[in-house]
Design a protein around this ligand. Structure first.
Ligand code: KG4
Ligand code: ZN
Length: 327
């Protein structure tokens, strides 16, 4: 079995996965959403302190599995520097205490493998990752052959939902709150410009749209009815930006199997629009189970079982957490 730890942002999670079968034997996550909600976003130092409290509590429940552990895995990149280190320190302590190897896992690869929890992998795969930290398209041939073909030049899809929710005083995380508000709004009421719509680049940008929403919110004042239309129009344009760029990309690379992963892949409007986009290509759409879209340790454990089989271990002395990803 492998014990895997996730602490890259505001979720403390630990999983136990059986190496031979990929069976998830244990998974517990303590989310910090409520604590960060009052600030309208994640406060890194507060997140680190909450991980330091939550991770040992979850680990206690894993004790019966200790004797069967063959390795310990941990998200080592990318994420918040001060929170990643909480998980890495704990993983190192476990590796030393139980005399087992350590595996540093890339969080973005984790999101890809959230598709395969208790399942076999399916490759090749074109993946759209939409989370709080990332918006990127990747061509995935295997665990060790992942190529990023498009990414955001500034903010991410999920983060733009968080910022818009903050502007409207809705709380955090903004994704589900905006999605909920948008349900009763008019998607065409606000004519926000689709980012980079005239650019030939296959890349993403959300900072301009965010600013346009800011102006609309200021203009709406306290009129909460208008917020519904702003949320609906924002969600529409944020999604249209993704589908327009993907459509362009599909002109050169035909998708056969396409997946959406990351916290924001839970967005129902996005899922429906991507389904429409894939229809003429007869491409299959893969999605993670809703409970594994947002950050979790089950996906880290799933990557780790593959890395274990390929002897992809790190040295306890040299494994460092790094806020920036190489993907
Ligand atoms: O993957 P994740 O849990 O953390 C990161 O790796 O960043 O993603 C969290 C992000 C947040 O920005 C959150 O607002 C967004 O995912 N999110 C959504 C929805 N549910 C979560 N965004 C849009 N629509 C949703 N339904
Ligand atoms: Zn994530």
């Amino acid at each position: 079995m492998i014990l895997a730890i996730e602490s890259s942002c505001d979720d403390s999670a630990i999983s136990i996965t059986e190496i031979a079968t990929n069976k998830l034997l244990f998974h517990k996550k303590i989310s910090q959403e409520l604590e960060h909600s009052v600030y309208g976003g994640v406060v890194p130092e507060l997140a680190a302190r909450l991980h330091a409290e939550a991770l040992p509590k979850i680990l206690e429940a894993c004790e019966p599995y200790f004797k069967d552990l063959k390795a310990v895995a941990v998200t080592s990149t990318p994420g918040l520097a001060v929170t990643l280190v909480e998980g890495v320190i704990m993983a190192k302590a476990i590796a030393v205490a139980l005399d087992i190897p350590i595996i540093g896992v890339n969080h973005l690869v984790g999101h890809i493998y959230s598709l395969f929890i208790e399942k076999e992998t399916v490759f090749p795969l074109t993946v759209l990752l939409v989370s709080g930290g990332h918006t990127q398209v990747m061509e995935v041939k295997s665990l060790t052959d992942i190529k990023t073909v498009a990414k955001s030049m500034d903010d991410s899809f999920g983060e733009s939902f968080d910022k818009c929710a903050k502007m409207m005083g809705l709380g955090y995380p903004g994704g589900p709150l905006i999605q909920d508000l948008a349900k009763d709004g008019d998607r065409l009421k606000y004519n926000f410009t689709v980012p980079l719509h005239q650019s030939p680049l296959i890349a993403f940008s959300y900072s301009g749209l965010k600013n346009a929403v800011r102006l609309a919110v200021v203009d709406a004042g306290d009129d909460k009815e208008k917020y519904k239309d702003i949320a609906a129009s924002f969600e529409h344009i944020a999604t249209k930006h993704l589908t327009m760029k993907l459509k362009k990309y599909f002109k050169t690379v035909r998708p056969k199997t396409f997946a959406i992963v990351g916290g924001a892949s839970a967005n129902l409007y996005l899922r429906a629009e991507i389904e429409k986009l894939l229809e003429p290509h007869k491409a299959e759409l893969l999605l993670s189970e809703l409970k594994y879209c947002s950050d979790n340790a089950a996906m880290i454990g799933r990557v780790a079982t593959e890395m274990y089989k390929l002897d992809m271990f790190d040295s306890i002395e040299d494994l460092e957490s790094s806020p920036r990803s190489i993907l």
